[in-house]
Write a protein that binds this ligand. Structure first.
Ligand code: G3I
Length: 386
């Protein structure tokens, strides 16, 4: 009798468990079916909210450009704007590296022969030091006469006089910032698209020696500084990229230090990521450092001179930033020198310099009111591997 009762109660427990499993299975199916519907767009509000929550969780509420990358994420800065509170706040919160946008150029530092003006550049360095930021110097020599002061372009002298001008400028500047500026764009934009040297006053007087001498003089002045060659269009490959890679190989042969390449990356929404990636691999194969040194993405292609940033363009901008950053992150970590955007907000972009309404282009991570754009979150996500 007792044995029969035990059997009955075991059966009851088994049946209840069976029904319990059946009911919970039904609810699980129901909720995953609902999830499926939501993911397939049956409830578009729910998917946006859910995705936003997921994105917030995965990037971390307090994620910043500073925390998302192992290398310093940087911005080009202008001294006058260091009085602008939102500008400073963003720099402090998000950036670990600054590049003076113009204050370290030849004409800014030596506007006339042997007269040096350090105030603006020193101001940027002091700001960076006070806030624990790296300073990347830009640029000792620029391969374009229009960007070299007239007094140099019109200087009357022979080869030795020009070598002295070159050496004096580079060594005075590098020594002035020694220990404070640990990396330099030594030469900027020396090559044409066909791979030939651009003709400029240095080239006319010294031939291609001017470039090698520039690196040599910079290294003599600060043997610890990291020395870069900086140029635009390397992402497209071709003769120009090959000339740059060959130049770096020649440096090596001659025992001249060159530590990396600055890819300016003033680019736009049409950039082919495949092509960028292929050419990045060619640079990677040199083993040198790679800096995306002036990144911004123009969205104005096909737009009138003044236009508003549509949600569609804003989304496309975010996607392109993310793809570029992800591609960069495919480099070996030891070759990732950093990514620097050319400015902080659209308000400060050089594209908008001569357009007081600031609606000429929208190439940066923060809008004209210093609010983070979707591109900002996209870059952080890329940094976190999302
Ligand atoms: O400082 C003077 C100011 O006193 C004067 O009132 C004003 C009148 O135009 O000009 C100011 O100088 C301007 C300077 O920027 C500082 O804002 C120059 O005219 C202007 O030509 C200069 O433009 C800079 C340009 O390089 C030339 O140096 C841009 O801001 C800067 O974004 C741009 O940066 C270059 C990189 O160095 C190399 N790669 C390409 C990149 C974009 O062109």
């Amino acid at each position: 009798m007792q044995h029969q009762n035990l059997k009955k109660s075991k059966l009851k427990i088994f049946v209840s468990l069976f029904f319990l499993l059946l009911i919970s299975g039904f609810y699980q199916c129901k909720s995953s079916l609902e999830d499926g519907l939501v993911k397939n767009g049956a409830d578009s509000t729910a998917i946006t909210a859910a995705d936003e929550e997921l994105s917030a969780k995965s990037t971390g509420k307090n994620a910043t450009l500073k925390s998302a990358f192992s290398f310093p994420f940087g911005a080009a800065v202008v001294i006058d704007r260091l009085e602008d509170k939102p500008y400073i706040d963003i720099l402090k919160k998000d950036f670990r590296s600054v590049t003076p946008e113009s204050s370290m150029k030849f004409g800014a530092l030596q506007p006339s022969k042997d007269t040096y003006t350090w105030t603006k550049a020193d101001g940027i360095v002091a700001f960076a030091q006070a806030n624990g930021m790296r300073v990347h110097g830009h640029t000792l020599i620029w391969g374009k006469d229009g960007r070299t002061p007239d007094w140099v372009v019109n200087y009357k002298g022979n080869k030795d006089d020009f070598l002295k001008l070159l050496k004096d400028h580079i060594q005075t500047v590098v020594k002035h910032f020694k220990g404070k500026v640990n990396s330099w764009d030594v030469v900027n934009e020396a090559f044409q698209n066909n791979g030939k040297y651009k003709s400029n006053i240095w080239y006319k007087k010294l031939g291609e020696e001017y470039l090698y001498k520039s690196f040599q003089y910079a290294q003599e002045a600060d043997p610890n500084a990291l020395l870069f060659y900086n140029d635009y269009g390397q992402e497209f490959g071709g003769a120009k990229l090959q000339a740059i890679i060959d130049m770096a190989a020649n440096c090596k042969k001659r025992g001249i230090a060159i530590h990396g390449f600055g890819l300016q990356m003033h680019t736009n929404l049409n950039l082919s990521i495949g092509r960028f990636s292929e050419n990045l691999v060619k640079l990677k194969n040199t083993g040198l450092l790679i800096h995306l040194s002036e990144l911004d993405i123009a969205v104005r292609d096909g737009q009138p001179e003044h236009f508003a940033l549509s949600a569609k363009l804003n989304t496309a901008l975010a996607a392109k930033y993310k793809a570029i950053v992800k591609t960069y992150l495919s480099l070996p970590v030891k070759q990732q020198f950093g990514i620097t955007t050319w400015g902080v907000s659209d308000r400060n972009s050089f594209y908008n310099d001569s357009y007081p309404n600031i609606d000429h282009d929208y190439p940066l991570l923060f809008d004209k009111n210093y609010a983070a754009k979707p591109a900002y979150t996209a870059v952080i996500e890329a940094g976190k591997g999302i």
